[in-house]
Design a protein. Structure first.
Ligand code: SF4
Length: 350
């Protein structure tokens, strides 16, 4: 098995099976994710014989950046090629650096990473949904996306978001292992509260996430609180009725004591009527929630078009009047195909 398939515990078991003392697993972990080593040859404090055996039995090759686009707002969008040739998208978003947020002056760097190659959820507003599901990513493949972006910017990553291609909770165990690598003091050392998982809303996994020891953050792509509209926008979760999602979120909050963020892409007409807003306010009642309003991305072949900014401002004001915290966000890097799946699809058709 390749080394990226192992999480922290897996590395410990592997090293033990090889008859090595346990501290070798810590050294190996630190080389892979603390230093972002590109080869076993770099791991100079591991014995030569162990490095050779690892190279033969658990080989690895760090993902290769095969495309990189830099937006006018300094967001960088990458396509990474994995060991089996699979391609994934990763985005680096610098912030806090004043005008233009130029990468070198930025104080914070958020990385949005993918959790699967392709995706089975088929959301109508998403380019990745069109390509279908290919495979789950391994923990190391997710952590390496974050390391590749940190290295390209030459700065540490302050926030990581599992919001790229794929449904993270459809790859739950590997995603949790990856989050722990990102959080680990000998890995990337990113605070748990600065690591967010964004899900379409798989009820039993939301409950499970609420029971994890770490204080990771949860975001749910809601996009409509009207069942038929949500089913049409997000057919992959049509089997989870909104009351079941609400119950799972309530349960998550009771277990974790944490607030949940709702992502809501506003599209002209479809999910932006007064009734849609009333349904959203009703859905948030009894939950501790923050609503992020975003304009839907114009994806080729999609009938959805973004709402005018005034409507987004109006929604935010009405949500706040109803006692629900809300923000209007812009889509960073939109000029370099910042929305999920768009860069990869644009390359494929060019
Ligand atoms: S928005 Fe996310 S969950 Fe939906 S199809 Fe795209 S990648 Fe999958």
């Amino acid at each position: 098995m390749r080394i990226e398939a192992y999480g922290e515990q897996g590395l410990k078991d592997l090293v033990k099976e090889m008859g090595q003392p346990h501290y070798r697993a810590t050294q190996l972990f630190e080389w892979l994710y603390g230093h972002g080593a590109r080869s076993y040859a770099e791991m100079t404090n591991l014995p030569g014989a162990l490095r050779e055996r690892l190279g033969a039995e658990a080989p690895f090759s760090f993902p290769e950046i095969i495309d990189k686009r830099v937006s006018a707002d300094s967001t960088r969008k990458y396509i990474l090629k994995l060991a089996d040739g699979a391609l994934v998208e990763t985005v680096g978003i610098p912030s806090g650096g004043g005008a233009g947020d130029a990468g070198s002056a930025a104080k914070r760097l958020t990385v949005c990473f993918s959790t699967q190659v392709g995706c089975a959820m088929a959301c109508t507003f998403c380019a990745t949904g069109r390509e279908g599901f290919v495979r789950n990513l391994f923990p190391g493949e997710m952590a390496w996306q974050v390391i590749a972006v940190a290295d390209d910017f030459g700065m540490r990553v302050s926030n990581a978001v599992a919001m790229g291609q794929g449904e993270p909770f459809a790859n739950y165990d590997h995603v949790l292992s990856a989050l722990r690598i990102l959080n680990h003091e000998k890995g990337l050392g990113i605070g748990a509260r600065h690591i967010t998982v964004s899900t379409c809303g798989i009820a039993d996994r939301i409950r499970r996430f609420g029971s994890e020891a770490e204080q990771f953050t949860l975001a749910v792509s809601l996009h409509s609180a009207v069942q038929e509209v949500r089913n049409a926008l997000m057919p992959g979760v049509a089997g989870t009725p909104l009351p079941a999602l609400w119950d799972a979120l309530r349960d998550y909050q009771e277990r974790s004591g944490r607030r949940v963020t709702f992502e809501y892409l506003l599209a002209e007409g479809a999910n932006s009527t007064d009734d849609a807003l009333a349904a959203l306010i009703d859905f948030c009642s009894g939950l501790s929630a923050h609503v992020n309003l975003l304009p839907v991305n114009a994806v080729d072949g999609s009938p959805l078009s973004p709402c005018p900014p005034e409507r987004m401002g109006l929604w935010r004001a009405r949500l706040e009047r109803a006692g629900i915290e809300a923000s209007v966000r812009t889509s960073r890097g939109a000029d370099v195909f910042g929305a999920c799946g768009q860069l990869k699809n644009a390359r494929a058709s060019s």
